[in-house]
Design a protein around this ligand. Structure first.
Ligand code: SAH
Ligand code: SF4
Ligand code: F3S
Length: 479
């Protein structure tokens, strides 16, 4: 797979999309002159950061086209669902929401409904939409997101469903004109796709093969974000540790981290997701040496049983994983870890669960995303015979989750009395009198300050932690 060279979408094709953006913008400015209101859109995202960031790209394109965002379904001219296929419940949510839109469409026949993202890469989903959700106007996939301006144009004057899903791997897209809004914390794609084919996972089928952006394009995007006020960036990829392998001039993720650290004006650098089979000591050393790279590592283990990990096609053992954690703890003081855990993979035994609990106790995660295994059509695990009954999955899930939470509460308590560095994000959602921000370890901290006018979002402040809840800390100013 390594020899396959990746391609970039030719600039003429991007220019073509930019012309569609301009044409819609012109049409919308006429709309504005007549109706005194901009047409409104809503993008709803299901799934991971990759999807969230794709939605940001769609929103940026729509803003450039003269649309205005809204959260009210009843005032929308355009609704987009960016879907996720990773688990069955993510898919059911989309179908449920789409069902509700039938009424909205009946009330406002001019409303355009588009569905995109990972679910659309599966032919059986598109078939289902064609037959049962006839109020949908546009379906597109993950590989042709950049063609959205053209697809939207074609949908405008057409009452028939337009389906454009590519099953080829997406290329790398650079140069699409869109007005990215100010973001205090911004995502930056460094690579797309995944080559790992973990036996339970649909992502390699919905996102195609691995391909990396060039370091120049990544650095330029980050510099632009920083010039626009961004303080924290998260480098995104399904497996960041294998970044750069498909480039003409290969470079490692560790080197990319060091390059990013040189950019003036960034306060914090994060990245996700790392894979235990690919993370190198060099990445850990880069984390240690780079002052802006946060002391936080999201390292999905899935489960603690070497036997199951093999069946999952993960290419590491429980011991390999624990060695990486030990190394990171040794090199990086104050490092915090998070992970993904999967319960109920085919063939899972009581012993396997005990291995998982053992790892949780040894690592002591600051956060763990715990999922019940969900059968995904087309993946090897879906055909495995020893599927686990739902009742056992739930019982094991609850046990694992309570262990995760027990440690989480314990860890949070250990922060009390300590001084932490917080990047202020704004007012707290639950209590307007408080401000909120995150530590370098990504812990949420709520706190009061005497003069909030001096503590604008984006400022970094040292706080003393005075109390801890399960999912957040409470801090106070150090005087
Ligand atoms: N590339 C990342 C994230 C992939 S999806 C990684 O390798 O870790 C995020 C998480 O969803 C996975 O880590 C896994 O825990 C979970 N997941 C993937 N497929 C799943 C399935 N079929 N059922 C339940 N959880 C799943
Ligand atoms: Fe899925 Fe595995 Fe790729 Fe992660 S590494 S996206 S879990 S196939
Ligand atoms: Fe992400 Fe879900 Fe797709 S987890 S890559 S949005 S299948």
């Amino acid at each position: 797979m390594g020899e396959r060279k990746q391609v970039q979408v030719p600039i003429e094709k991007i220019e073509e999309q930019n012309r569609f953006i301009e044409a819609i913008a012109e049409k919308n400015s006429r709309h504005f002159a007549i109706n005194k209101r901009k047409p409104k859109y809503m993008v709803t995202t299901f799934g991971c950061q990759m999807n969230e960031h794709d939605s940001e790209k769609l929103s940026a394109m729509l803003d450039s086209m003269g649309y205005e965002a809204t959260l009210m379904t009843n005032e929308c001219d355009l609704i987009i669902y960016n879907t996720c296929a990773v688990r069955e419940n993510a898919e059911l949510k989309v179908y449920g929401n789409l069902g509700h839109l039938k009424l909205a469409k009946r009330k406002n026949p001019d409303l355009k409904i588009a569905v995109c993202g990972c679910m659309m890469q599966q032919p059986h989903v598109v078939k289902e939409i064609k037959s049962k959700y006839r109020h949908v106007d546009l379906v597109f996939g993950t590989h042709n997101l950049y063609k959205f301006p053209e697809l939207l144009t074609n949908t405008m004057d057409n009452s028939k469903l337009l389906v454009d899903v590519w099953d080829v791997d997406g290329e790398v897209v650079e140069g699409l004109r869109s007005s990215r809004k100010f973001e205090l914390k911004a995502f930056v794609n460094i690579m797309y796709g995944c080559n790992n084919f973990c036996t339970y996972c649909i992502v390699p089928y919905t996102r195609g093969r691995e391909r990396s952006r060039t370091p120049e394009d990544i650095m330029n995007e980050i510099k632009e974000l920083v010039a626009n006020g961004t303080k924290e960036i998260t480098l995104l990829g399904q497996n960041v540790d294998s970044y750069g392998k498909t480039l003409e001039e290969p470079i490692t993720f560790a080197e990319l981290l060091r390059m990013t650290n040189e950019i003036e004006g960034i306060e914090r650098i994060r990245f996700m997701t790392s894979h235990p089979k690919d993370i190198s000591d060099e990445v850990i050393y880069a984390m240690r040496d780079c002052d802006k790279v946060c002391e936080f590592l999201h390292l999905p283990i899935q489960c603690g049983s070497t036997k199951l990990l093999k069946k999952m096609n993960r290419h590491y053992s429980k011991e390999d994983y624990l060695r990486i954690i030990e190394k990171a703890k040794e090199e990086i003081p104050d490092i915090a870890f998070s992970t993904d855990l999967m319960i109920g993979f085919p063939g899972e035994t009581e012993e396997d669960i005990l291995d998982t609990i053992d790892v949780i106790e040894k690592v002591r995660y600051d956060n763990a995303f715990t999922f019940i295994y969900s059968k995904r059509e087309g993946t090897p695990a879906a055909k495995m015979e020893d599927q686990i009954p739902d009742s056992i999955k739930h019982e094991r899930f609850n046990r694992v989750l309570s262990k995760v939470n027990e440690i989480l509460v314990d860890l949070n308590k250990s922060y009390v009395g300590k001084t932490v560095e917080v990047l202020i994000e704004g007012k707290s959602k639950n209590d307007e009198t408080k401000l909120t921000g995150r530590t370098r370890q990504n812990k949420l901290v709520n706190f009061k300050v005497e003069d909030s006018s001096k503590n604008l979002p984006g400022k970094i402040i040292n706080l003393k932690i005075i109390d801890a809840n399960t999912f957040s800390l409470i801090g106070e100013e150090i005087k």
